[in-house]
Design a protein around this ligand. Structure first.
Ligand code: ATP
Length: 193
């Protein structure tokens, strides 16, 4: 069973592409959703987060995402500290999840921050989803009903898109000029053969 990463900048279309793989019957692991979920459900991790960032990080037993974000947003050190706690737990969750699919030719791990978080290790290939910056900004403004400045600020916390795509083994162009489904089908054919 191959383990394939699927990444790309904010608004590039990772979830959209992941949805096409799912339609083809490919198991897809959502690393970002799992990381958020684990912070609320893994009691050992919760204790570690409280020890590192203070008891205010949880309110009524649930993670106060906004508060935690304010602590790590502009501090690479604090962000690295949080990642060092969350990523091993997310990788363990993915390994456990993947063990249920060993009879499949491949599974996909979708993650916005794959290279940034160092969680590209252990993956056989990585697919990047690429789209021009202006299109990504417009998509996220519309999807999340946020300002242009808000999207740009989120983008600044991610690796430069060109650098990210250079590090991928395959790139899917989601620029709305090139058809996406044939690109996904072509990769699917390669991974199952
Ligand atoms: P994030 O990192 O923010 O989660 P993402 O990379 O997963 O983003 P998507 O959520 O898949 O991106 O796409 C962003 C928005 O753009 C969504 O509203 C999606 O429906 C839309 N979108 C993506 N690809 C296309 C396309 N080819 N044509 C039209 N709309 C698209």
């Amino acid at each position: 069973m191959l383990k394939i990463g699927l990444t790309g900048g904010i608004g590039a279309g990772k979830s959209t592409v992941a949805g096409i793989f799912k339609v083809l019957g490919v198991p897809v692991f959502d690393a970002d959703a799992t990381a958020k979920n684990i912070l609320n459900t893994d009691l050992v991790l919760r204790e570690q987060v409280i020890a590192a960032f203070g008891s205010e990080t949880y309110k009524n037993g649930l993670l106060d995402k906004k508060y935690l974000a304010t602590l790590v947003f502009n501090s690479p050190d604090q962000l690295a500290k949080l990642n060092a706690l969350v990523h091993p737990a997310t990788i363990a969750a993915m390994e456990k999840w993947a063990s249920g699919f060993t009879d499949r030719p491949y599974i996909i791990k979708e993650a916005a921050l794959l290279f940034e978080a160092g969680t590209n290790e252990g993956l056989d290939y990585i697919i990047g989803v690429s789209a021009p910056q202006e299109l990504r900004i417009a998509r996220v403004m519309q999807r999340d009903q946020v300002s242009r400045e808000e999207v740009i600020s989120r983008m600044q916390h991610q690796l430069d898109d060109t650098e990210k795509m250079n590090r991928c083994n395959f790139v899917i162009d989601n620029n709305e000029a090139t058809l996406v489904i044939p690109q996904v089908l072509s990769l699917h054919e390669q991974f199952i053969s």
